[in-house]
Write a protein that binds this ligand. Structure first.
Ligand code: UDX
Length: 444
């Protein structure tokens, strides 16, 4: 059944959600105080890089059922579902989440809320946040507001696909009316076979942090195995393949390298620990501190290898290929690639970076690092090349040609993405995290 939906917050989550919901037949009003963002979306331009989203935005705008505004207006009185899609960054004062944008969203929508409308949080939050926000909203209106939670699992790079055909939908409600409204909202997806799990609100809040904690743990697990492998002449990539055939383990999220980053996994596991602490349940998730430690150690490992190979890094020229926290995005928030570049820079190296999409973000935020737009220009004169994001361009790069440009044919593959036999044949010394490249048994 067609709904009128207000999407509050037009960042990654909000913009994608607005486009997706309008494409499946709802009327959508996207709201964000950032005038530039709104103007850009109105003009059919997504203000960040996400494959396929520009085209989908154009398609959605053409239906005339999608509009973008900088503030609530009269049409908010017609809204059936308010979706809160604002950010919950790590607080400046600690590990916990900063809820100020959610609070502002609640305060902003309250004057427009009809008793029949449902307010639904989508942002990732510490368990208990929904109850707090519902109470805040209740004090601003003179009826009992319908409040629900609906965590989002979209990944950057595949955001639209993850929103239109997610592995599952999770709705957290405390009344059957809200549950019904959300079931109707998502009917276009569920009738195509997307499973919907209906739970209570605290469970829905926990699902998201539990899922991200599990994923982070899986990555740190294989990276811990990589630490062992490096010391005993074993190969963590082959190990991951071997254990991954066990369906109980599965082969996804077992890619070893310089670890996880981005706007979600690192902040979510920190916020989870902070919340557990507040609840007096520190021990229940204390393993997440180790998950993070392992993750950070993989970054310093790259510097250790660089020093083992080159000695003092002062004045040595290091090229870091990749800046984004993963391929198919221009996002450098909490990026392992940037962390590695900064560590090498702090050790005295002169850094030149390359990234197919994130170069301008690096220029803006890291003026101390040089950035080149072509791989060849970035590696020219390098004493060491580090592959820090697994963009296809790097795997496809011509190692013979690049070899002619560098001062020293040494590459550290921090993402296990290079066809290393080819690089070796072209005279490069290749060191890949967690790998034993001398093993005759290991394939390309
Ligand atoms: C993540 C969750 O996957 C998604 O469900 C949630 O909604 C938001 O957070 P995202 O941050 O887009 O999504 O990135 P993801 O694909 O999960 O990758 C996170 C990080 O882990 C990246 O830095 C990636 O390079 C790294 N990673 C991933 C590994 O190091 N090894 C792997 O095997 C997988």
């Amino acid at each position: 059944m067609k709904k009128t939906v207000a999407v509050i917050g037009l960042g990654y989550l909000g913009a994608t959600t607005a486009v997706a919901l309008s494409l499946v037949g709802h009327r959508v009003i996207g709201i964000d105080p950032d005038e530039k963002k709104v103007a850009s979306l109105r003009a059919g331009r997504v203000p960040f890089y996400e494959p396929g989203l520009d085209e989908a935005l154009g398609e959605a705008l053409a239906t005339k059922e999608l509009e973008f505004v900088t503030a609530h207006d009269e049409s908010s009185h017609e809204v059936d579902v308010f979706l809160l899609c604002v950010g919950t960054p790590q607080s400046r004062t600690g590990l916990g989440a900063d809820l100020q944008y959610l609070e502002a969203s609640i305060d902003g929508l309250a004057p427009y809320l009809r008793a029949e409308a449902v307010v639904v949080g989508k942002s990732t939050v510490p368990v208990g946040t929904a109850a707090y926000l519902k109470q805040r909203l209740s004090s601003l209106v003179d009826f009992a507001p319908n409040f629900a939670w609906n965590p989002e699992f979209l990944r950057e790079g595949t955001a639209l696909k993850d929103t239109l055909t997610p592995d599952r939908l999770v709705i957290g409600t405390s009344d059957s009316y809200s549950e019904q409204v959300l079931r109707e909202l998502y009917q276009p997806l569920t009738e195509n076979g997307v499973p919907l799990v209906s739970v209570d609100i605290p469970t829905s809040e926990l699902v998201k942090v539990a899922a991200n904690s599990f994923l982070a743990t899986k990555i740190s697990f294989i990276n811990a195995m990589a630490e062992i492998a490096e010391n005993v002449g074993a190969d963590a990539v082959a190990l991951a393949e071997a254990i991954g055939y066990d369906e109980r383990i599965g082969n996804k999220f077992l890619r070893t390298g310089i670890g996880f980053g981005g706007g979600c996994l690192p902040k979510d596991i920190r916020a989870f620990q902070a919340r557990a602490n507040e609840l007096g349940l520190t021990e229940s998730v204390s393993f997440l501190a180790q998950v993070e430690d392992i993750n950070l150690r993989r970054r310093t490992r790259v510097v250790d290898i660089a020093v083992e190979e080159l000695g003092d890094l002062a004045g040595r020229r290091v090229t870091v290929l990749g800046a984004a926290f993963k391929p198919e995005t221009d996002d450098i928030r909490d990026s392992p690639a940037m962390a590695v570049a900064e560590l090498l820079w702090a050790a005295g190296a002169e850094i030149t970076m390359h990234d197919p999409k994130a170069g301008d973000n690096v220029r803006r935020m890291y003026p101390q690092l040089a950035v080149e737009d072509r791989i060849a220009d970035a590696v020219a004169g390098a004493d060491l090349v580090v592959v820090a994001t697994e963009w296809r361009d790097y795997g496809l790069a011509d190692s013979a040609e690049l070899g002619k440009l560098v001062a020293n044919k040494l590459v550290i593959d921090g993402r296990n993405t290079l066809p290393y036999r080819q690089w070796q044949q072209n005279g490069w010394k290749v060191i890949a995290l967690g790998r034993n490249l001398d093993s005759a048994l290991v394939g390309v």
